[in-house]
Design a protein around this ligand. Structure first.
Ligand code: NDP
Ligand code: MG
Ligand code: MG
Length: 340
């Protein structure tokens, strides 16, 4: 079983005389900076010149500096900008770091795939909340916390684990539980989960179901409700009580259908495809392709996002969501090519 740590395992004394630089003020950055500050940690925020986020961070009572200057002031430097640019940011601050400054991450990509090579004498840890940033902040304010993963990559001082745990507790995650992992395990499972199940898997499943019904002559509106809208109800039940609770809650007919049909759709060849994805993640092939895509200005991703936004499931979804005024329908900014 995994080792889990709580507030009583953490000693905030390990952050007492330290300054933490939070680089980036997006989803995770705003939550880390504010939670740590509210926990009594000395925090500075590092942002690029003319960052649109600087006024927001200042309005939250935080000191903001250009990225290099924030890093130069810090004993612990937390990287909270998109993963594919962390290597470039590290290069730009490397010679400004204090001797033996600790590097910290909320996801293992940069270390696992070597876009950041930490100085030999640096401590390197990860605290990765298993939740979007706004929830990390909101739960903290409500006196609760979200679970997090912790990993140690380099412990040169002998204190790295204690500092990481103190950081996790200051973030509020010790209230929920901090599970020990490694950079490799966190990175590889995170990438696999989003590709095979959470993002890639679920969206293709919804589209394939929708297309099958529409091609057979059913109305797109009905297909949308059955294959996408109702996913939320099912996922909420799985979230609250696992597969058993969802199956207990749906009709016996739905349960019987689940039993005889699921493994015909997600079958041997789907499982083989999952193994191939995992193998590309483990070998670094996926990371290489993603880094190349960024270097060449994201041509494939831009085209794909545009094409996908025009899929009939999206068109009918927009119309149907306008019939559900209790829900605030969301739309990404025009010409979205992904964050970052
Ligand atoms: P965001 O995309 O929200 O980060 C935005 C921040 O990064 C902004 O402050 C932005 O600056 C800054 N930034 C963007 N481009 C640059 C650049 N070229 N140079 C310097 N700064 C830049 O990131 P997330 O919070 O989503 O992710 C941060 C880390 O946390 C990642 O490692 C991610 O994997 C991890 N993580 C994310 C989770 C999430 O739910 N989002 C969950 C768990 C971990 P500006 O303000 O100037 O625009
Ligand atoms: Mg994830
Ligand atoms: Mg991820």
């Amino acid at each position: 079983m995994a080792r889990v740590f709580y507030d009583h395992h953490g000693d905030m004394g390990f952050l007492k005389d330290k300054t933490v630089a939070i680089l980036g003020y997006g989803s995770q950055g705003h939550a880390h900076a504010q939670n740590l500050k509210d926990s009594g940690v000395s925090v500075v925020v590092g942002l690029r010149e003319d960052s649109p986020s600087a006024p927001l961070a200042r309005s939250h009572g935080l000191e903001v500096f250009p990225t290099r200057e924030a890093a130069a002031r810090a004993d612990v430097v937390m990287f909270l900008m998109p993963d594919h640019i962390q290597g470039a940011v590290f290069q730009s601050i490397r010679d400004a770091l204090k001797p033996r400054a600790t590097l910290a991450f909320a996801h293992g990509f940069a270390i696992r795939y070597g876009t950041v090579t930490p100085p030999e004498d640096a401590d390197v840890f990860m605290i990765a909340p298993k939740s979007p940033g706004h929830l990390v902040r909101r739960m903290y304010q409500e006196g609760k916390g979200v679970p997090a993963l912790m990993a140690i990559h380099q412990d040169r001082s002998g204190d790295c684990r204690s500092v990481a745990l103190a950081y996790g507790c200051a973030l509020g995650c010790g209230r929920a539980g901090i599970i020990e992992t490694t950079f490799a395990e966190e990175t590889e499972t995170d990438l696999f989960g989003e590709q095979a199940v959470l993002c890639g898997g679920v969206t293709e499943l919804a589209k394939a179901g929708f297309e099958t019904l529409v091609e057979a002559g059913y109305q797109p509106e009905i297909a949308y409700f059955e294959c996408l809208n109702e996913l939320k109800l099912i996922v909420d039940m799985m979230f609250e009580g696992g597969l058993s609770w969802m199956r207990y809650s749906v009709s016996d007919t739905a349960k019987y259908g689940d039993m005889i049909a699921g493994h015909r759709v997600v079958n041997h060849s789907s499982r083989e495809a999952m193994k191939e994805l995992l193998s590309d993640i483990q070998s670094g092939e996926f990371a290489r392709r993603w880094i190349d895509e960024n270097h060449s200005g994201r041509p494939n991703m831009s085209r794909w996002i545009r094409d996908e936004s025009e899929h009939p499931i999206e068109k009918v979804g927009r119309d149907l969501r306008s019939m559900m005024p209790w829900m605030e329908s969301k739309e990404p900014p025009k010409q979205d090519t992904g964050k970052g």
